[in-house]
Ligand binder design. Structure first.
Ligand code: 7TS
Length: 406
């Protein structure tokens, strides 16, 4: 299996936790980092560190080449038309806030609609709540189907000619649901709305193609896709970004500064105020190289297989509720569950005692928890380095936990 060779690249996985070999099943929160990414960061700081876009000295030129080279890697990774459409941000959250604060403030007025769904992460809810409050706009939620999927009919019912923004996650961080973004984009565009995609859980796992999806904006984070923390991406269509105002003002993003008026650099730099996230971007570039060498198609297939295997094994356990679509084809490598009469935090603690790392809590999706009618769940999320043995260890851990609490 693919993952056995791959896990050798991840030094962190080769350790014991509480006397057991580590099984890391919390990649939806953050993925582990391969040696290639750690070395890219080390090499940058050891040999090339300097500020960028200032020309003249050799280190500065090298740092600029690496930083802008990383942008080209991202462009290719998402198949954007131009590097001008790739803005480095601190993460998906920052990218979504930028769209709300720049595009949203300029284009949303009183009575207009912003449409999201009940499955969104807080980072794709609160920026729109704030915008709606500021503008007197209406924030509308698309209701989910019983199995935690979205129906295109409900999307069609929700989107109207008053809709200015539709913002939806590609892959749910709780249910694992994969949403039909291309079709939703067509519906949004038919009503003149822009389509924003929260790609935080998609970029690590699927081949993204912004031209094929035809979305207007896409946000994602480097740390969930083998890259470092503190780096993410906002993709936007050039014609929209060109019309938008920067969100952060200061050094780096200016062309000319007068006493009372200033002008901005061209795209993408007008959105990158201050010294940029140089090492982070270089680390993300190395992560993209790593993922592309394996192949995103392979990664997606591997995770479907693991999630399918986990669902098969877990669904035979008494007292275990699994949330989200039960058809593995409709979900990514995320399995969220609860064990009867056991709080997910207690469950996660017993699993940790057995060397197994899962997340427990509301997963930054409180409206979804309300829809699921529970306050918290446990979640196992899989990535390239996980194996069927990891799933077996999880199932065994759940058995131990069940006995422990009985
Ligand atoms: N959108 C989705 C769908 C996410 O899963 C997350 C993080 C974010 C946005 C925010 O990303 P950030 O890098 O800007 O923080 N999700 C999770 C999670 O599921 N567990 O911890 C973080």
């Amino acid at each position: 299996m693919l993952s056995k060779e791959i896990r050798k690249h991840f030094p962190i996985l080769d350790q014991e936790i509480n006397g057991h070999p580590l099984v890391y099943l919390d990649s939806a929160a953050t993925s582990q980092k391969p040696r290639q990414v750690i070395e890219a960061l080390n090499d940058y700081y050891s040999y090339d560190n300097a500020n960028v876009h200032r020309g003249v000295h050799t280190l500065g030129n090298r740092a600029t080449d690496h930083y802008e080279g990383a942008r080209e890697k991202v462009r290719k990774f998402i198949n954007a038309k131009s590097t001008q459409e790739v803005i480095f941000t601190r993460g998906a959250t920052t990218a979504l806030n930028m769209v709300a604060q720049s595009y949203g403030r300029a284009n949303v007025s009183e009575g207009d609609e912003i449409i999201i769904t009940h499955m969104e992460h807080h980072s794709n809810i609160i920026p729109w709540q704030q915008l709606a409050k500021e503008k007197g706009a209406v924030l509308k939620y698309i209701v989910l189907e019983e199995d935690g999927t979205l129906s295109l009919d409900k999307v069609r019912e929700a989107v109207t000619d008053r809709t200015k923004i539709v913002s939806i996650m590609y892959v749910s961080n709780v249910l694992g649901t994969m949403n039909p973004i291309k079709e939703i984009t067509e519906i949004a565009h038919a009503h003149g709305a822009v389509m924003v995609v929260d790609g935080a859980q998609a970029a690590p796992h699927l081949k993204l193609d912004v031209q094929e999806l035809n979305c207007d904006f896409l946000a994602f984070s480097g740390h969930k896709m083998c890259g470092p923390t503190g780096i993410g991406v906002l993709y936007g269509k050039k014609e929209l970004l060109n019309e938008m105002e920067p969100v952060e003002f200061g050094g780096e993003m200016i062309d000319f500064v007068g006493l009372h008026e200033s002008t901005w650099k061209e795209l993408p730099w007008k959105f990158e105020g201050g010294t940029p996230i140089i090492a982070g971007a270089i680390g993300l570039g190395a992560a993209i190289d790593f993922l592309e060498e394996i192949g995103l198609d392979q990664i997606e297939r591997h995770e479907h297989e693991l999630a399918g295997y986990a669902m098969e094994k877990m669904s035979t356990m008494d007292g275990l509720t699994i949330y989200g679509p039960h058809d593995p084809k409709k979900r990514a490598g995320i399995v969220t569950f609860n064990l009867d009469n056991v709080h997910p935090h207690d469950l996660a603690t017993v699993l940790d005692m057995n060397g197994i790392a899962v997340r427990a809590g509301h997963h930054c999706a409180q409206p979804l928890m309300k829809w699921l009618e529970c306050s918290a769940t446990a979640r196992a999320s899989f990535y390239v380095y996980n194996t069927e043995e990891d799933v077996d260890r999880l199932v065994e851990g759940l058995r131990i936990a069940k006995e422990y609490f009985q």
